[in-house]
Design a protein around this ligand. Sequence first.
Ligand code: NAP
Ligand code: SF4
Length: 669
Amino acid sequence: MTSYPHMLRPLDLGFTTLKNRVLMGSMHTNLEERGDWNRVAAFYAARAKGGAGLIVTGGMAPNAEGGVFPGASGLFTAEDIAHHRMVTDRVHEEGGKIAMQILHAGRYAYGPDCVAPSAIKSPISPFPPKELDEAGIEKQIADIATAAAHAREAGYDGVEVMGSEGYFLNQFLVTHTNRREDRWGGSYENRMRLPVEVMKRVRAAVGEDFIVIFRLSMIDLVPNGSTHEEVVQLARAIEAAGANILNTGIGWHEARVPTIATSVPRAGFAWVTKKLMGKVGIPVITSNRINTPQVAEELLAEGCADMVSLARPFLADPDFVAKAEAGRADLIAPCIACNQACLDHTFQGKVSSCLVNPRAGHETELVIDKAETPRRIAVVGAGPAGLSCAITAAQRGHDVTLFEQADEIGGQLNMARKVPGKEEFDGLVDWFAAMVAEAGVTLQLGTRADAEVLAGFDAVVVATGVLPRDPQIPGQDHPKVLSYVDVLRGAAEVGPRVAVVGAGGIGFDVSEFLVTGKSPTVDLPEWLREWGVTDPEQARSGLAPEGPQPEPAAREVVLLQRKAEKVGKRLGKTTGWIHRAALMLKGVKMKAGVSYERIDDAGLHILRDGKPELIACDTVVLCAGQESLRTLADALAGAEVHVIGGADVAAELDAKRAIDQGVRLAAGL
Ligand code: NAP
Ligand code: SF4
């Protein structure tokens, strides 16, 4: 008897059956644009082999003006269709099913030729769109229908029409972006005409025995978005127009509410999808922050949806479903919703990958095969770099011993997991523990490895990590001065007024830790209040009229940096704004362009714009970055020694680089 009976139940669509209720949601990977179609096929085939019930590809442009950026991939030519045929063939060989997403970006298209219902520029793009005329609208509909027909020719099992997240079709639906006075604007019947017409024409283009999913924005989270009644009206019209499945979209990309970041509670928007259940006759999919089979099972058992969509978790682990089916959910690499290697890469034009699984998107190039000659390998340091290296080396057949001086694995992850909103790091450390055991790594906790202990190994990997940097501020030996390590480990009392020195990732984390009482990430009603989200039946678009209502801050915090640039500028591209907004909501003051003069009983004395200022405080927390801890590496001269992670380069170290370096080194050992 499986632990996930609802999740693993097939879904009969009449003309075809999905083998389970897990959809791999659409993600842009930047792979298609690179033209290596074998690599694209390998990426999707791995997810099909791993058991996804239905895969949806990254968004494909229906035409040049609708592409998310100039040159975005689409099915325009016979050659394009042949390339996509490679993907669908490989997915089918693995027993999977795959649908192609058709994504028209409208005013979100990052190019000068973008088009929209009205000429209103979006706040997240520099390009004002051109307002479409009647012929222009007809062209967009025809191009979307043609893309669907081409998808069928390319062997896809279906298409997903992207109607949410503030893209083109969504832009017609609401007055926020549609100010037209013709038959495509004005009343709601007129505004929904385009998505409904698109659905009819897509159905006509592909025939009856082809899956057509419509992704519908169920809560827009922008001013003047849809009401719940309008969402239901549209859902029914889309069903009548021929859709087989309705998928959930949550929030527009320009919304000022986080919808997928790690601080969003797990399954934090499933209640929105649930509101549509029973109001339409076709299956409904829920989405956002579903990252374990347990969560998926609970949502389906509670009737929140007929199916669940997981996107990033399939980057973290292509075998999500297969491992759940085998009763080994503990071995599923967890998506921690950090966006660091997926969305942040997408926006930088890099191939999307995954912090916990560097093989994602690199399946053909980063191959983990059996070592020709098994060797005895010592890895010193059980932080993310050492753990990844030890596990991968052991999977390759090496005899691996992992030494850790502390009495637990995890290294810096054990500090991250203490930060409110970063609870997902708990799952990451648990997964590393399960994998160490599964791979057969010999773990020696509480062991300080020196040259003597390490003699006799064929190779030593030094992953000893970092030490906090000493900022050398006069008076920093004052008892009110603490290191972030003392604070996050709970080893010291922190007063009610705090100055945080250094505004990198850790300065932000420490500030969050200091101002937050109970983490709203584990209390959904509180989280929704904090970000000003309400029931879309009560308020249009799901935006609470009273706005965000955060709990009062637990402390007064001032966050400082020497650089004159905006505080938090170097945080993650897709998550930095959330960290900044969260601290602003708690009244944290941010000061840039400062120099530190001294610390004394009164507080922290700084210079700003050449003028002296006192930050009156009870505690100063030093978060001034790190330096490599590599004394062991220096002592092992002569042996085969590899240095990875923070011990190698401390600057801009993060778990993404540490894990990637660990896995890549082990792949070649
Ligand atoms: P960091 O990002 O390098 O930031 C260090 C901060 O200290 C900067 O604000 C820097 O700004 C300041 N600083 C540097 N030298 C200083 C000195 N001598 N005196 C005073 N201030 C000094 O390092 P971190 O915050 O320790 O984070 C370490 C790594 O962990 C980061 O690379 C980050 O990617 C990762 N991390 C990521 C997250 C995340 O959410 N993704 C969270 C936590 C940590 P000024 O020089 O301008 O003062
Ligand atoms: Fe999830 Fe982070 Fe991996 Fe993206 S990079 S898939 S958010 S763990």
